[in-house]
Design a protein around this ligand. Structure first.
Ligand code: MG
Ligand code: MG
Length: 238
């Protein structure tokens, strides 16, 4: 899983470099495919429920599951990139949101808070804690900042399949839910909504989830293992 995680981290790095005005989301998908090919890895996104690409690219008020295409990114846009990789049958899955060129103070704060929520959730990935502790860490940070959390979406167990039990909701009660032990690996993914509401709408394409009021959304994700020594983020560069 460490190897799969490193491939995902490399896909992220290559895409981050390419986030300039004028690039299309299909260009970014192509770059990610190049990394998978070079590393001998395969995609767990391509063909998943019929999904046509190896990344999800969600722009501005798109929360998650945006389909790459001819859409050109403009100065000031924010884009959430979610992708994964399979190496030797093991899965990695991670996402980040970043700005294109100079972005608004409001957009910057939303992205930074989402990263802060992920970091707080990762810190709970210790033997003896529960999934509710992980979820609550996300909720605590989002609530304190006045942001919403995409209702009905969240993280998941991951291993030999991309989506395994348990679900890791973006809201939860401390001390509740499945117990974490050494060897548990979760994909943790806060999805914060700038307008403060939790509700979202899925577009007719059957994938793209948006904020109905047009407010910005940010999503980030890491695949994280519970180890003897505490949390280990697997989707960071090796
Ligand atoms: Mg993901
Ligand atoms: Mg995921």
């Amino acid at each position: 899983m460490r190897q799969a995680g490193r491939v995902v981290a490399e896909m992220h790095a290559v895409i981050r470099e390419a986030l300039v005005p004028g690039v299309t989301t299909a260009d970014l998908d192509l770059l990610a495919r190049g990394v998978l090919d070079r590393r001998g890895a395969t995609s767990n996104f391509l063909g998943y429920g019929g999904f046509p690409a190896v990344i999800c690219a969600s722009v501005n008020n798109e929360v998650i599951h945006g389909i790459p295409g001819s859409r050109m990114l403009n100065e000031g846009d924010i884009v959430g990139i979610d992708c994964g990789a399979i190496v030797d049958g093991w899965h990695g899955d991670a996402a980040f949101t970043a700005g294109v060129g100079t972005i608004s103070v409001e957009a910057r704060r939303l992205i930074e808070t989402t990263e802060e929520a992920l970091a707080a959730a990762i810190a709970e990935m210790r033997a003896g804690r529960r999934v509710g502790d992980v979820s609550h860490a996300i909720e605590r940070i989002a609530d304190a900042a006045g942001y919403g959390l995409a209702d009905g979406y969240g993280g998941h167990g991951i291993g030999r399949a991309m989506h395994e039990s348990p679900d890791v909701p973006c809201r939860g009660e401390p001390g509740k839910g499945p117990l974490l032990d050494v060897g548990v690996v979760l994909a943790i993914e806060p999805m914060l909504i700038g307008g403060g509401q939790d509700d979202t709408v899925e577009l007719d394409d059957g994938w793209t989830v948006i904020t109905p009021d047009g407010s910005l959304a940010a999503h980030c994700e890491h695949t994280v293992a519970v180890t003897e020594g505490g949390p280990e983020v697997l989707t960071r560069p090796g």
